[in-house]
Design a protein around this ligand. Structure first.
Ligand code: ADP
Ligand code: MG
Length: 139
């Protein structure tokens, strides 16, 4: 488990760029934290780290549910389950079909579902410490 404190959105994006070096294709990453914690901001950096998208092109998939960013080493799927409430709705997203040795699933609000919590992957928790300060814990 590692813990970081960031003091701006830019610092969180920079942390995401560094974290990208440790994420392996074929894995799942659950990002936990309240609305506005910085989950999407961290994913901007991860997408940049994979040369899959520029930070400004990574936007929240709150309504579209899944965004896809293709990089030379991996295809990133940025998934937001905030608006998904039932297992049946989750099933319609067919996330299993996205899991592939060449893809990484970055999932916001995935902890709502037992099935996703049980997946062995990386878990990142982001906590709002007040102002622009955030604690980011990776395990
Ligand atoms: P989430 O996806 O968790 O709902 P977002 O990443 O969409 O959150 O939003 C985080 C908001 O907080 C952005 O407006 C961002 O600019 C702001 N912010 C301020 N300080 C930080 C920080 N240290 N890390 C991440 N975001 C920050
Ligand atoms: Mg978000």
């Amino acid at each position: 488990m590692r813990s970081f404190i960031t003091h701006s959105a830019e610092e969180t994006t920079a942390l995401g760029r560094r974290m990208a070096q440790e994420l392996r294709p074929g894995s799942i990453v659950l990002l936990r934290g309240d609305l506005g914690a910085g989950k999407t901001t961290l994913i901007k950096g991860i997408a940049e780290g994979f040369h899959a998208a520029a930070a400004e092109d990574v936007t929240s998939p709150t309504f579209t549910l899944i965004h896809e960013y293709r990089g030379p080493q991996a295809t990133l799927y940025h998934i937001d389950l905030y608006r998904i409430d039932t297992q049946r709705e989750l099933d319609t997203l067919a996330l299993d079909d996205l899991m592939d040795p060449g893809s990484i699933l970055l999932i916001e609000w995935g902890e709502k579902f037992d099935r996703l919590r049980r997946e062995k992957g990386t878990e990142i928790a982001i906590e709002h410490l007040g102002g622009d300060e955030r604690r980011i814990v990776i395990q």
